[in-house]
Design a protein around this ligand. Structure first.
Ligand SMILES: Nc1ncnc2c1ncn2[C@@H]1O[C@H](COP(=O)(O)OP(=O)(O)OP(=O)(O)O)[C@@H](O)[C@H]1O
Length: 226
């Protein structure tokens, strides 16, 4: 496998229920340094695909490779960062933002993350008193603590106000200069501005397109009228 392929998916199928496939015969790859978008209608299987790539769900059929290794043999999870779509209360933290960050990373790294993500004003706040958008930012901060090579993000702009969206977009742009970023998003503008390529999930045969080709398949993807 060429070294620059950090993710390779071969003929992947997956279903939650026996005999009902949600993802069928999907093949694609992601190159090192790409800003890779994943788009598609609600329920198309975008979050499910991320969970398969992260090893939380086992494919019904097909293979996944991370950094050239079959997923089942991949052990370097510190090289992978993940910001889930929703932060559920059962995975909640206790303590202040500063305490939480210090529990995840060495002091120097924490200092860098705080200034990179503009978290200074949140440091003494309790996690359970943060707003949804503030919690989302903290999740990104935690995902960055291991300095991951690949960052997976599921709807990273959801719940953020317009200033926070602009800020997170600029942060992700910066991260993508030296890392691979894989983003599930419904925000077409955000994906078009940033993605090198976009995987379109939810059509009979899923395709990977470049951003300028996306409008040609939007009708098929979302069933939009011309
Ligand atoms: N644990 C589960 N058990 C059974 N079905 C599930 C489970 N998780 C998700 N599904 C179903 O699988 C389908 C795809 O869900 P998924 O969350 O992957 O879609 P999505 O493309 O990310 O959607 P959205 O854009 O709404 O976030 C949905 O119909 C969902 O109800």
């Amino acid at each position: 496998m060429p070294v620059e392929e950090v993710i390779r998916v071969e003929d992947l199928s997956f279903g939650y229920r026996k005999g009902e496939l949600l993802i069928q015969n999907l093949s694609f790859h992601v190159r090192r340094g790409e800003f890779f978008g994943i788009m598609g209608p609600n329920g198309a299987g975008k979050t499910t695909l991320l969970k398969i790539l992260l090893g939380f769900l086992k494919p019904t059929h097909g293979r996944v490779f991370l950094m050239g290794k079959p997923l089942e043999k991949f052990r370097e999870w510190h090289r992978i960062g993940y910001v889930p779509q929703r932060w559920t209360t059962e995975r909640s933290f206790t303590g202040t933002v500063a305490e939480i960050l210090r529990a995840f990373a060495p002091k120097e790294r924490v200092g860098w993350i705080i200034s990179f993500l503009h978290l200074e004003h949140l440091l003494n706040r309790q996690f359970n008193k943060l707003s949804g958008g503030e919690q989302q930012k903290l999740m990104l901060a935690i995902a960055l603590t291991t300095n991951p090579d690949i960052l997976f993000l599921d709807e990273p702009l959801t719940g953020l106000d317009i200033h926070a969206q602009e800020h997170i977009e600029s942060v992700l742009k910066e991260i993508a200069k030296s890392r691979t970023v894989v983003v599930v998003s419904h925000d077409i503008g955000f994906v078009m501005r940033n993605a090198t390529r976009v995987l379109c999930l939810g059509m009979p045969s899923c395709v990977v397109v470049e951003p300028h080709q996306f409008k040609d398949i939007m009708k098929d993807l979302y069933g939009l009228h011309p």
